[in-house]
Design a protein around this ligand. Structure first.
Ligand SMILES: [Mg+2]
Length: 279
């Protein structure tokens, strides 16, 4: 049996010796974690075995960590509640969404601006939270998230973008799982607006390393002391590598072992699931 310690693969029997030597030769393991949610901690409405214990160990060790999600629909409190109903206790302040990253980006680019927002409470509350006014009257930005939009709202977004509003979208994911099958996600709706307006959006969420950098800033930690844990090479590992972090790919989600070699960027480590990560 082998376990990951600070990114090193070691036999479990030499745990104490290994930890001592890691600290002794200055190869101090990163103390902080950015952890993708879907495919890493939960799958659909179910918790991935060992995820609850992993989070518990991080909390017990007072580790700095954030659970990252590209899903902009929910507020951190809503998401913490949803995870809680699955048996995963994650404090709301440990959750960081693409909606929050988008709001931070707006705040840094144009403080106290205006935006027309297509999205649900996770996005609108994050944008209100930075002092923005949400309006369809000559806004600085059109911000697209996820939700049930009608053609009238999409048409309004298209006209505002065509008229010169900057076009932001929370995440490039084209689709996601829904009740009864696939549902279009932000990336698909963004393509719709782009096709009609002729203006491409700027996507803030993963794999944009801006999402990771914003999360690092939120935690007030540095990339070199932080590990990105994710299940998807094209988003989590790509963004983690580009943000200068060590990365751990878990095989409990999207990417399977045989796919990894195809990518030009590689994870630092690969494990079956978060149950194999010792923190
Ligand atoms: Mg994932």
């Amino acid at each position: 049996m082998r376990k990951i310690i600070g990114g090193l693969l070691l036999p479990i029997c030499s745990l104490e010796t290994a930890e001592t030597s890691i600290l002794g030769n200055s190869m101090i393991s990163p103390q902080n974690y950015l952890i993708d949610m879907d495919g890493v901690l939960v799958r659909g409405r179910s918790i991935i075995p060992g995820a609850d214990d992993f989070i518990h160990r991080l909390l017990e060790r007072n580790a700095q960590f954030l659970v990252l999600t590209n899903n902009p629909r929910y507020t951190p409190a809503d998401l913490a509640h949803r995870l809680g109903t699955m048996g995963l206790q994650v404090p709301a302040e440990r959750i960081f969404s693409s909606a929050m990253s988008t709001a931070r980006f707006l705040q840094s680019q144009k403080p106290a601006g205006t935006a027309f927002v297509l999205g649900e409470s996770g996005l609108t509350s994050a944008i209100h939270g930075i002092g923005y006014v949400i309006t369809d009257l000559n806004p600085d930005y059109v911000v697209l998230g996820e939700g049930s939009f009608d053609l009238e709202q999409l048409t309004k977004a298209i006209r505002l973008v065509a008229a010169g509003a900057h076009f932001l979208a929370t995440n490039p994911d084209p689709s996601g799982p829904g009740e009864g099958g696939t549902v279009p996600a932000c990336g698909a709706m963004a393509a719709f607006i782009e096709k009609a307006s002729g203006v491409a959006p700027y996507f803030v969420g993963k794999p944009n390393p801006l999402m990771m950098r914003t999360a690092l800033n939120h935690l007030d930690v540095h990339s070199e002391d932080t590990i990105m844990v994710g299940d998807t090479m094209a988003t989590d590992i790509k963004g983690g590598v580009e943000a200068g972090m060590e990365t751990i790919l878990v095989l409990s989600g999207v990417t399977q072992t045989e796919d990894v070699v195809r990518f030009p960027y590689q994870p630092t480590r690969i494990v079956d699931s978060v149950a194999d990560i010792i923190v």
